[in-house]
Design a protein around this ligand. Structure first.
Ligand SMILES: [Zn+2]
Length: 508
């Protein structure tokens, strides 16, 4: 039987429910213990290989709540951990505990109070399946979860470190009911299957709030559902961990201290633009400055900063939101994205009238932002007068520490380094693949950044309407480009040339 917690009033009779809650206080739910490789077994914390922080935090919370002291810690290998899991949860009907971690955070399926996913009751098979998929995505740190009906069944994939991984492919599941369940959770109209819809599912997981943006798209075998997972409580990555050079950090400090102008982050979706913009906001955040944001979606909660959510359906577009924030006496404004001429124009006007504007833009490289702003209809003189800096960024997969191998650099590789005025390394590393990295050869990612500061020379060239090649020659040296920065990571043994070519391409 499960180890029982001491309740605060041991002499009083407790109801079955209270007893249950007291017991739940010290033992982690089975699925959480299994997935995070953390078991709370009486006064012992049992850890499997690479235990996840999520399980450790929850164990810590429960131990503190139960007032337990003198905890021992045991480290086990995978086989011993599985044995411990089976022993500790022996008496528990694991089927019932499995896959019931998730629940709507607003309590609509509960008894009116907000209930944590970890306390949820068991449920119907379709609900369990959906919960398992959500739990798997969240515990794996996935950024997106795709649910895709196709001819022969239903496929689920999740995006980790920028790559989709299949987590389910089954022909024996009721596709339409799985999709309907997700649509109900997201507050979508389940009767409407011919039009795309979007909504959100607010979840809690072990006391953590996780927001998900849900979109549906009709297809020939049913509606595809994609969830974007926003773990706002995971906090923002500190600037020191972004992988910036000292010169780049100094530039970010300079840019964030400017009184006015436009600072842009460019790159494809998932390149970490939001993290960079939020880092700039935090640098700019001082008591004497009023900072407001217009975002879609709000990805992190920033203390001391007024954040607003875009809602195009009711006319709250980026351009309208930006106009509204200008009436709020701001000093610094974050506009999530400039994707149309109207927003670009309002942002430029805001910069001209003494505001510092941070935003993101879809463009290749840093100088590409100038070209993109021209495409959006801004005049050269207006771009020259307002643009102060551009940060282009990409995320490269980081080589797995456990399995990567070292070999001598080839002549072809040396040529890449020389072309970018970088001293070629004698050795580089190759990706291999092992159990630690799931056979991929890479684990985690490293950011590379190309930053330009618009000074006098570059400003004059933009004003003259110079083309991208000319602007690029003025703005940076080859080693400062995205590819050059990628090569520096290759030389440092952090990633491979193949990965750098795949993500950045050698444009020079
Ligand atoms: Zn490996």
């Amino acid at each position: 039987m499960l180890p029982k917690a001491e309740t605060s009033h041991p002499s009083q009779p407790v109801s079955a429910l209270e007893e249950d809650e007291a017991r739940a206080g010290v033992v982690l739910p089975f699925a959480l213990a299994r997935d995070t490789r953390v078991i709370l077994d009486g006064d012992t914390l049992v850890l499997g290989p690479k235990p996840l922080a999520l399980g450790l935090r929850e164990a810590q919370r429960r131990v503190a709540t139960a007032g337990q002291e003198n905890m021992r810690v045991t480290h086990l290998d995978a086989a011993a951990f599985d044995a411990a899991l089976a022993r500790v949860y022996d008496q528990v009907d694991t089927q019932e505990q499995d896959g019931v971690l998730f629940e709507l955070a607003d309590g609509t399926t509960g008894a009116g109070r907000q209930r944590d996913l970890l306390d949820a009751e068991s449920d119907a098979p379709v609900i369990q399946l959906v919960n398992q998929l959500l739990r798997r995505a969240v515990t794996s740190g996935a950024s997106d979860l795709h649910i895709e009906p196709y001819e022969d069944g239903l496929r689920a994939r999740m995006r980790i470190d920028g790559f989709l991984q299949k987590i389910m492919d089954r022909s024996d599941v009721p596709t339409r009911r799985v999709v309907s369940r997700l649509k109900v959770m997201a507050g979508l109209d389940i009767a409407e299957t011919r039009l795309p819809q979007d909504g959100r599912i607010p979840l809690t997981f072990g006391g953590r709030t996780i927001d998900t943006r849900v979109s549906s798209l009709p297809g020939n075998y049913g509606e595809r559902i994609v969830l974007r997972i926003l773990d706002r409580s995971s906090g923002l990555m500190p600037l020191s961990q972004l992988g910036l050079s000292n010169a780049q950090v100094a530039l970010l400090h300079r840019l964030s201290a400017l009184p006015n102008g436009i600072i842009l982050a460019t790159g494809p979706t998932g390149a970490g633009k939001t993290t960079t913009l939020y880092s700039l906001l935090q640098l700019a955040n001082r008591d004497e400055r009023n900072i407001v944001t217009v975002e879609d979606p709000i990805e992190y909660d920033l203390p001391g900063i007024s954040q607003s959510q875009i809602n195009a359906e009711i006319g709250m577009t980026f351009a309208n939101g930006l106009r509204a924030t200008l009436r709020q006496d701001p000093d610094v404004i974050l506009v999530g994205e400039i994707r149309d001429g109207e927003t670009a124009s309002v942002a430029a006007q805001a910069a001209l009238t003494g505001h510092l504007v941070f935003s993101s833009l879809h463009a290749n490289g840093s100088v590409g932002a100038v070209v993109r702003l021209r495409d959006l209809g801004l005049d050269d003189f207006l771009i020259a007068a307002t643009l102060r800096g551009v940060i282009a960024q990409r995320l490269l997969r980081r080589l797995c520490d456990t399995c990567s191998t070292t070999r001598a650099v080839t002549a072809a590789e040396t040529a890449h380094f020389e072309r970018h005025q970088i001293e070629p390394p004698a050795y580089v590393k190759d990706a291999v693949g092992c159990d630690e990295c799931g056979g991929i050869g890479y684990s985690g990612r490293v950011g590379v950044f190309e930053m330009i500061e618009v000074g006098e020379t570059l400003r004059a060239a933009i004003d003259r309407g110079e083309n991208e090649t000319a602007l690029r020659a003025i703005a940076m040296q080859e080693r400062e480009s995205l590819f050059g920065q990628g090569l520096l990571e290759v030389a440092a043994g952090q990633t491979t040339l193949a990965e750098t070519l795949r993500v950045v391409g050698d444009v020079a």
